[in-house]
Design a protein around this ligand. Structure first.
Ligand code: ZN
Ligand code: MN
Length: 258
């Protein structure tokens, strides 16, 4: 018997028996292909929510669906901007349609408990829109027992000791995070071969005006594409973040889907 938590690694028989027997929560990471500075690969926003989803799924006997790999357009004040080569984004309507199609297919399989694990800030509103349209459609089909949870995983990193270790200066937090100590530490823990700390550029957190300009003023973004400084990143801190997020999410998943 295959013990994988990953939907794509199960046979259809293993999957359908688990769905029918356990009514499991199915987790869907929602990521992006987006530059993360000179020192990290562009799949950070896919790898991190996938690892969080895997950790939680193992705690709650859930299933992790394949991630949505592409996300909504990188915005300058949250992800550096969509103008970097390599950053590869979807129109909002496309992202909504992709998420809604996946939810509808899982519903057809018999899944009734869904959890969207957002790994890219810009995806959140589109994820919520997809959920709303999905639930409206499901109700029209006469299905009224589907329940969907959504969150951006980093909001569960709230242990004061972890935050103090990550941000010893009081000003900094994950609010300015893009390729900084938070994401870099998680990557050093999970996929160190995709991080090159020698290429990391140390700079103070980006400071933006409270408005956007389109087309963007590219020079508003620190040149490497990161918005906060990756200095002080470590695999040990990455494990602290992952453990904190998995623990907090496990608790609310158990509560909401009991
Ligand atoms: Zn990111
Ligand atoms: Mn992002």
């Amino acid at each position: 018997m295959n013990n994988s938590v990953f939907l794509a690694e199960m046979t259809h028989k293993e999957y359908s028996e688990k769905v029918a027997g356990d009514n499991p929560v199915v987790f869907i990471p929602v990521g992006a292909i987006e530059q993360h500075g000179y020192h990290m690969s562009m799949n950070v926003d896919v790898i991190l929510p996938s690892a969080v989803a895997e950790g939680v799924a193992k705690q709650v006997n859930g299933i992790v669906a394949p991630p949505v790999v592409y996300g909504y357009k990188s915005q300058q004040r949250s992800g550096g901007g969509n103008f970097y080569p390599g950053t590869t984004s979807l129109d909002g309507s496309t992202l909504v349609a992709v998420i809604k199609d996946i939810l509808r297919e899982l519903l057809r399989h018999g899944v009734r408990k869904f959890c969207l694990v957002v790994g890219h800030f810009e995806n959140y509103a589109f994820t919520v829109e997809a959920i709303d349209l999905f639930l409206r459609e499901a109700r029209m089909l006469g299905v009224d027992d589907a329940r969907v949870m959504a969150f951006s995983y980093w909001e569960f990193c709230d242990d004061p000791d972890v935050l103090k270790a990550l941000y010893p200066g009081e000003q900094e937090s994950w609010a300015a995070e893009h390729g900084g100590v938070f994401e870099t530490s998680m990557m050093l823990y999970l996929r160190p071969e995709l991080v090159n700390m020698e290429a990391a550029v140390l700079h103070s957190s980006a400071r933006f005006p409270v408005y956007d300009m389109f087309p963007a003023h590219k020079d508003w973004t620190p040149e490497p594409g990161t918005l906060s400084c990756p200095a002080g990143s470590s695999a040990e801190k990455g494990k602290m973040i992952l453990d904190d997020c998995v623990a907090g999410i496990t608790e609310v998943v158990k509560k909401e889907f009991a």
